[in-house]
Design a protein around this ligand. Sequence first.
Ligand SMILES: Nc1ncnc2c1ncn2[C@@H]1O[C@H](COP(=O)(O)OP(=O)(O)OP(=O)(O)O)[C@@H](O)[C@H]1O
Ligand SMILES: [Mg+2]
Length: 372
Amino acid sequence: MSLTSISLRNVRKHTDTEINFAGGLNYIVGGNGLGKTTILESIYYLCTTKSCCSKSDANVVKFDEDIFEINGTLEGLTKDSATVIYSVASGKKQYYLNEKQIFKASSVIGKFPVVMLSPSDHAVTQGSPAERRKFIDSVISQSSRTYLDVLLEYQKILRHRSALLMRIREGDFADSEMELEAWNQKLMSAGEQIINHRVDFLKGFNSYVAESYNKIMGKMESPGITYLYLGGTKSDNISKTFKDMLSEYKVDEIRRAANLVGPHRDDFIFEINNINLREFGSQGQHKTFQTVLRFAEFFYIKDVSGNTPIFLLDDVFGELDAQRAKKVSEYLSDIGGQAFITLTDFGNISFLKAGEKDRVIKLNEDSKIAYA
Ligand SMILES: Nc1ncnc2c1ncn2[C@@H]1O[C@H](COP(=O)(O)OP(=O)(O)OP(=O)(O)O)[C@@H](O)[C@H]1O
Ligand SMILES: [Mg+2]
């Protein structure tokens, strides 16, 4: 799939910007603060209805304006025009596909797969377990509708169950025991599906991680992801462990009115040659691993869905040493898809060459576009 053109109106610094893209690698080059990341953010909006970079859509609207609008033409199995409009005054966001309004963001997920590597990925390898779950869940969701549905269902169960725990704690609920038991059944059923899905996913995904790692490092090492579910138990009998833990934590759950057992508390360990990256990795090793994860995600989604994602790489060369940066750039020429790569200075990275299918897009001091 590829994005042939985009237009931005009042998107952060971009008052009125139109860009035509190449089908291969698009290098977006310009000084700090000129609006390079904003272009990636806009592409991400078109593919997902959401910002990659800001929790608030209002922040993305140009200062002193009311509305931002992003338009783009996407070509894959079909040719689609997508539009995102947000108004600060109404607080509403609208998404249109071929001029027809789409009301559920989840119906867009997976249609235009997108993979983004950004400086905020440091949270995936260095941050809390929630960041790793978000990463894993988003890779599986983009390639499995079943998983996305059970994940949404599970989140609903968690909300209902914590409200129930709260009522039990307040002591004003007569049939609480029976109702809690019913919600436990639902929690276990959806939770087990999530755990099993993640286990199966990693069996396949780990080989993608190994391949990407060895491409970028240029040597054979053994990277891997280990899944720690239900408190790190190695149990094969997930149902029984889940049930036992719910009994064990029952008093605590009521006291804290919180869901303390289930896959929403799981973690994933990233390792290189059995060494825990989070505990022992250097800055550069973290950046390398983050890059590896995104390449692995890209190829995984491409193979599983048969729909080649759009690849967004924000400032990937910033923290990598010359040798790794060169490997990444060679790897990029092999992706067989479209990528958008931001850089502050094309000239400084001597090995970068734009091929026939590639394009260098320059942002000038006034944030205007020029094609090199
Ligand atoms: N809502 C907004 N309205 C107007 N300008 C904004 C808004 N939000 C951010 N900006 C400005 O836009 C610029 C940030 O754009 P962006 O992050 O796309 O730049 P960049 O080219 O990626 O920079 P860097 O090289 O530092 O990563 C900054 O100058 C910032 O002040
Ligand atoms: Mg930037």
